[in-house]
Design a protein around this ligand. Structure first.
Ligand code: ATP
Length: 536
């Protein structure tokens, strides 16, 4: 990062845009580079500007009179005859925000001074520092975007240390390991937000200790929710809650700890992500949630639909911020549910290419990301997925989740019955009875996982209504009255299978796939059910 900004200055990039909320932190950072002879060869003076206070010289601590007006400020920059950088806060409002049209005079004035910034005899650059990324069309070729990452673990630790140092009255009872945990929990927050979270923890009881972890985590959940497009998913599911899908489960188990020091010894590349497609209601979301428990990593759900809709802020900025937040809390899992819905606008002319740009931004990030953010994308309708997304190298693997096989249905029944039959009176006529789950599995060919769960829940409701134990007949009756999705959406499922046959790996283990008896697709794809096999 240091190298990059100093290079931009040395190469005399005229306009640099830094989208961030962290004015203080970014200003200190720019100053540390622009004034360092070793980094930039010719040190620059540093000026900041706001529309309320005008230009302020950060080196001398003096304000420049009569420069609040943007035209006068730009004129001052044009005439300034020493090497300098000018950091303009919130100038984006002049580039056109909601209910305010772009100020074309100002934009023109900026264009007029670009040749001087590039070629003039003194070295000058302008930085735009704003929480929103808005760039007018006419300046797009001249502005360079510089991504300023959220604070690192070291920066957060320094902040906590300095707070403890300054607040002598606060009792700090933290081992090094506990401090590390507390600081890690604050990753993804701006420095200001981390400071507020620690301050909140301190004022509560005059102490700071590991019990304050929940306060910091809660602050982070709030911040992530406030983005409007990301959400923290607290998972209560483990691998034992997934019936079947053994290939997928094994794949995930094998990649646990891929980011550890131990894994580095084996030169294993960090996993990028998986795309899990298939029949609805068969455990795709369940797998994403269980994964966060298996890998013990935070699960952040990205609502791609909201990113593209532009309902919350500008679409490009939303995407940039979402990816930056996922990286800041890394190692983490970024879950993109129903990815096809978010990408459905691609190729249409209605959004002047915004969708294509964001999609491109996402693909580049997928390809180049170095931080340990694992992406799990789930999709029901593969027809609308752009081919670029499916190309080798984007995802490590594409899994297809089919209708559960006989033995998978047996497992799913067992899981859902065991989960609910905790009371021995309610369970008396089912638990311990031989072959119950096998019989139920035989009766439910073509049922999806969520339908099996619903059969169990409805049967329990019947038993509860009559205040008696659950009976096999309750389950059988509910099975008989269910019209499975596989019957109503037969064509779609066949199309999914045909697609998966050549492009995806089966989530179900091979030995289980042999079990299919009456194939609903016997006519044409019986041999292809579930796609390629996975070679473990
Ligand atoms: P959709 O695409 O419609 O969201 P999905 O494939 O993501 O479907 P899930 O949300 O994971 O489906 O499944 C819905 C519910 O059905 C789960 O919460 C779980 O209770 C049950 N279920 C589905 N598949 C399985 C399974 N393989 N094992 C155990 N339970 C399952």
């Amino acid at each position: 990062m240091t190298y990059k900004l100093s290079s931009l200055l040395k190469a005399r990039f005229p306009l640099i845009y830094i989208p961030t909320f962290e004015e203080d932190r970014v200003t200190k950072y720019i100053k540390s580079i622009a004034t360092d002879e070793k980094l930039v060869k010719y040190p620059r003076e540093v000026f900041t500007w706001t529309q309320t206070s005008g230009i302020y010289n950060q080196n001398t601590g003096k304000a420049v009179n009569d420069t609040t007006c943007p035209e006068k400020m730009l004129e001052y920059i044009r005439k300034y005859d020493k090497d300098a950088v000018f950091i303009l806060y919130d100038f984006h409002v002049n580039f056109g925000v909601k209910n305010r049209t772009p100020d074309y005079n100002l934009i023109r004035k900026i264009r007029d001074i670009i040749p001087d910034l590039k070629l003039g005899y003194v070295r000058k650059s302008i930085f735009f520092v704003s929480p929103e990324l808005i760039i007018p069309e006419t300046l797009q070729k001249e502005i360079t975007i510089f991504d300023f990452p959220l604070p690192t673990l070291d920066e957060i630790r320094n902040k906590l240390d300095s707070m403890i140092e300054q607040n002598k009255a606060v009792q700090a009872n933290l081992t090094d390991e506990e401090k590390e945990k507390l600081c890690k929990a604050a990753l993804g927050l701006t420095l200001q937000e981390a400071e507020s979270a620690f301050a909140l923890a301190m004022v509560n009881d005059g102490k700071i200790n590991i019990k304050d972890l929940s306060i910091v985590m809660e602050e982070k959940v709030q911040v992530i929710k406030k983005t409007g497009i990301l959400d923290f998913v607290k998972s209560e599911y483990s691998i034992n809650d997934i019936g079947g899908l053994d290939n997928l489960k094994n794949w995930l188990l094998k990649r646990n700890n891929s980011w550890s020091e131990q894994a580095k010894k084996y030169c294993i590349p960090a996993p990028k992500g998986v795309l899990v497609t298939g029949v609805p209601g068969c455990g795709k979301s369940l797998t994403a949630k269980a994964m966060s428990t298996i890998w013990q990593l935070p699960l952040i759900k990205l609502d791609l639909g909201k990113v593209f809709s532009g309902l919350v802020g500008s679409s490009e900025e939303n995407m940039r911020r979402a990816l930056a937040t996922a990286e800041a809390v890394a190692p983490s899992i970024l879950w993109i549910d129903e990815i096809e819905k978010g990408l459905s606008g691609l190729g249409s002319n209605g959004d002047s290419g915004v969708s294509s740009r964001i999609f491109g931004q996402f693909l580049t990030w997928m390809q180049e990301k170095e931080s340990p953010v694992f992406v799990i994308a789930t999709a029901n309708n593969i027809n609308t997925l752009p081919p670029e997304l499916l190309r080798k190298g984007r995802f490590d693997e594409i899994f297809f989740v089919d209708l559960p096989t006989m033995s998978e249905r047996k497992e799913i029944f067992k899981l859902h019955l065991e989960k609910r039959l905790k009371d021995k009176d309610v369970a008396s006529e089912i638990v311990g009875v031989k072959n119950v789950c096998t019989e139920l599995a035989k009766m439910t060919e073509g049922f999806i996982g969520s339908e099996i769960e619903q059969v169990v829940v409805s049967a329990l409701c019947d038993a509860f209504f009559e205040n008696r134990p659950l009976k096999f007949e309750d389950l059988a009756r509910n099975i008989a009255s269910t019209v499975p999705l596989s019957a109503t959406q037969r064509e779609q499922i066949l199309a999914l299978r045909a697609w998966a046959n050549v492009r995806a790996v089966s989530a179900t283990k091979d030995s289980s796939r042999q079990e299919y008896t009456k194939e609903i697709d016997a006519e044409n794809v019986s041999s292809s059910r579930g796609g390629r096999t996975l070679d473990f």
